[in-house]
Design a protein around this ligand. Structure first.
Ligand SMILES: O=C(O)CCC(=O)C(=O)O
Length: 336
């Protein structure tokens, strides 16, 4: 039933999916430690009408901007990954998203053995996100198994500006014949805006109460209506999940070299920039050291993920291997 409705409309509402107590714990931590923080935090850049990877970065680090009514203006990107900077906030998000009920709700609309979490966003206030389709920014490879998820962290007042869908846009063959990643960002957004304007009668902005969730197809056009009254917040947690049997991708590459971690038994992408290979060498140094057991060559390799591995080699036995190792590392770093 869920699946039929989902296929016809491109989205579904799941009332009361997440408990009020799990949400209260998350909001308590947000208000106590995230909102008052003076540290820079990771943000989702606007889907601005620029093109190319450098002009359209995956994330930017910014200080909190707070509205006159005390709401966070710039939403948070991938806070589920903030193990180092705010472990509790990250864990409370993963606790909500790893619930079996959440993954079952996803599988009810799109059969998959399991789901891997690829991205999250936390909003305190509506940022009036422009209409877009997710698979332009994140998709599965092969395409067709990326689901969006939006959890209301409070009863959403209409005056906050609701989240909306252009119903049926996921299966309109005039639009879906080509994968949008073939287009430049600016061109893609212009087409989406024109489509949304032409199909205003298919726009639905569901009423949501705290704990209700929305799930949508990666091709369903969606966005947020403008804020009508700044006194209303619009607290929400969004996520993107990919069928565990497919690899994630963006316009530039497949996410094959990412580090996957687990929370409970939910697998999630640990890298903030999922296209970055955490294992790629970024620096190398060698030291010859005389120890009681003999002379050793220590080779230190810095990796993009921030750690360093150290190999201890015996120069008299391993000299050709050491030279070839250093040569290959230097080649890789030059290519990078
Ligand atoms: O909540 C919003 O305003 C935007 C969220 C969104 O578009 C998404 O998660 O893809």
């Amino acid at each position: 039933m869920d699946q039929e409705e989902f296929e016809a409309r491109g989205w579904i509402k799941v009332p009361g999916l997440v408990s009020g107590s799990a949400i209260n714990r998350l909001l308590h931590e947000f208000k106590s430690n995230v909102l008052p923080s003076t540290e820079p935090m990771h943000r989702q850049p606007n889907f601005s009408r620029t093109s190319g990877e450098a002009a359209h970065p995956h994330g930017v680090d910014e200080l909190n901007a707070v509205s006159p009514h005390g709401f966070l203006i710039n939403g948070l990107k991938d806070p589920h990954n903030w193990e180092a900077s705010n472990h509790l906030f990250a864990s409370l998000i993963l606790d909500i998203l790893s619930a079996r009920s959440v993954r079952n709700a996803l599988s009810n609309v799109h059969p998959a053995p399991d789901w891997v979490l690829h991205a999250t966003m936390f909003f305190d206030r509506n940022q009036a996100t422009e209409p877009h389709e997710d698979i332009y920014y994140i998709d599965s490879n092969p395409t067709g198994a990326c689901l969006g998820f939006w959890l209301a962290l409070e009863d959403i007042d209409e005056r906050a500006g609701r989240f909306y869908f252009v119903e049926g846009s996921h299966k309109d063959s005039a639009r879906t014949a080509r994968h949008p990643m073939e287009l430049e960002n600016a061109e893609h957004l212009k087409l989406i805006e024109e489509y949304a304007n032409r199909n205003r009668n298919s726009l639905v902005a569901p009423e949501l109460r705290k704990g209700d969730a929305l799930i949508w197809h990666g091709r369903t056009i969606h966005g947020a209506l403008p804020v009508q009254d700044e006194r209303f917040s619009r607290k929400s947690l969004t996520a993107h999940f990919i069928d565990s049997e497919r690899v994630g991708r963006n316009r530039f590459r497949d996410f094959t070299s990412v580090e996957i971690r687990r929370f409970n038994d939910l697998r999630y992408l640990a890298a903030i920039r999922p296209d970055e290979n955490a294992f790629a060498p970024t620096g190398v140094c060698t030291r010859d050291v005389e120890l009681s057991g003999g002379r050793y060559c220590f080779v230190g390799i810095d990796r993009a993920g921030g750690d360093r591995i150290v190999l201890a080699l015996e120069p008299h036995r391993d000299r050709p291997q050491i030279e070839s190792l250093i040569g290959s590392l230097n080649d890789v770093m030059r290519q990078g």
